[in-house]
Design a protein around this ligand. Structure first.
Ligand code: FES
Ligand SMILES: [Fe+2]
Length: 409
């Protein structure tokens, strides 16, 4: 996939915008309400989706320097990410091979990590370099006791890992070139300005909201405004989807003086970067990326969603990444304001509504929910969740091999 794909998508959005049309799904789709509330299905999704498919675990700028590490728990799997000496990322099971104690917590920088239980020492490439009191412990083959490694992949300033050490699904195949397109954001070399984690409703309820512009002028009337657009066209790349509003205009945001551009009058090569990536880019099954402007420069919010312990719980880490670190006090303040605004929108509007929706659905009295012809993103998302939850490991590889083939044609 290439720059030309971005141009083609933009031209299609402009054509639809100029004609005041949008792309519709074939039909209204019905989803059983129980798919949001059934605890068994929830456990299956965690196992079949989150513990089996590649997940975007961190933006590269969260681990910029050799020695940087981050530990996090995803669906009961303790994961350790490290930036190794050669600059590559390592993804490991965060468990000491002696008796399973998690090796590190949170984030930090270390080339060696000492287990807090009995003091075994590992390098950040996962190798075991020291057994405490080896003369007393007995002889062990250190090479066979390295940390368990997960498949990992870094591209376009984002890091993916698969939480199954035996996975044979190639992460690049899973992304089918979508990772190249994400390169248009230019995240490589950006900086992580701030991050926070918010509790939310069932992961699918939460994710529906990221794939939905229909609700924007209603639910977000007090934040985005009641005249905000509510139409989106969807572009799918396997299970990954970009959604953007059909419009012949683009707003070039430049701080105080926004500029309205008529794209029908503009040559392809003059279309600015922010227009080519506008809208929301989702990475199945749990990421949403949108550009913003704050602190005097380009930024983006990367939302990373994981299921919680119970069917009605999820948590979302919001990463606010910026092209450069804001320098002046005024720019830092304005970047914080932008980030805080996005917290309010998600916490007090989207997730608050999702929680209420979940409680009501748990009554069991509504049998199905609807996704309209203007909500293709949600339709496609739920179809993929069902398909991938039910696929065997072998089928999974075939599905993505076929998607890649199709994308290459
Ligand atoms: S569990 Fe790590 S040293 Fe014993
Ligand atoms: Fe929303």
């Amino acid at each position: 996939m290439s720059h030309q794909d971005l141009i083609n998508m933009t031209r299609s959005l402009v054509e639809h915008g100029a004609a005041d049309t949008m792309e519709y799904a074939d039909d209204i789709v019905r989803i059983p309400a129980s798919s949001y509330t059934d605890p068994e299905m929830f456990e299956r999704e965690k196992k079949q989706i989150f513990r089996r498919l590649p997940l975007m675990v961190a933006p590269s700028c969260e681990l910029p320097e050799p020695g940087d590490y981050k530990a996090l728990d995803i669906c009961g799997v303790p994961l350790l990410l490290t930036r190794q000496k050669d600059g590559s990322v390592g993804a490991f099971l965060n468990m000491c091979k002696h008796r399973g104690n998690p090796l590190v917590e949170g984030t930090g920088n270390a080339t060696r990590m000492v287990c807090g239980y009995h003091g075994w020492t590992y390098k950040n490439d996962g190798s075991l370099v020291g057994v405490a009191s080896p003369q007393d412990f007995g002889a062990v083959d250190k090479a066979s006791l390295c940390l368990t490694r997960f498949p990992v992949y870094e591209k376009s300033g984002l890091i993916w890992a698969t939480l199954d050490p035996d996975s044979t699904l190639d992460i690049a195949d899973y992304l089918c070139g979508y990772d190249e397109l994400l390169g248009a954001f230019g995240f490589d070399g950006w900086t992580l300005f701030a991050q926070r984690t918010l509790p939310g409703p069932n992961w699918k309820t939460a994710y529906d909201g990221y794939l939905d512009f229909y609700h924007l002028p209603v639910l977000h009337k007090d934040t985005f405004g009641a005249d905000f657009y509510n139409r989106a066209n969807y572009f799918s790349f396997g299970p990954h989807q970009r959604l953007s509003t059909p419009s012949k205009y683009a707003i070039k945001v430049q701080g105080e003086d926004d500029q309205k551009i008529d794209l029908t009058q503009m040559a392809d090569e003059d279309i600015p970067y922010e227009v080519l990536v506008q809208g929301v880019w989702t990475i199945f099954p749990h990421i949403s990326i949108a550009s913003f402007y704050g602190g005097g420069q380009r930024g983006a919010m990367i939302s990373q969603l994981f299921p919680g312990d119970e069917v009605g719980e999820s948590y979302t880490t919001q990463y606010y990444v910026m092209e450069n670190k804001p320098e002046t006090e005024a720019d830092v303040k304005s970047a914080h304001e932008q980030f805080d605004f996005l917290e309010i929108v998600v916490r007090d509007e989207d997730y608050k509504t999702g929680k209420r929706q979940h409680e009501a659905l748990q009554s069991g009295l509504l049998k199905e929910v609807l996704f309209g012809r203007n909500e293709r993103g949600g339709q496609v998302f739920h179809q993929w969740v069902e398909r991938l939850t039910n696929a065997s490991d072998d089928e999974l590889k075939d599905i993505f091999a076929a998607e890649c083939k199709q994308a290459a044609e």
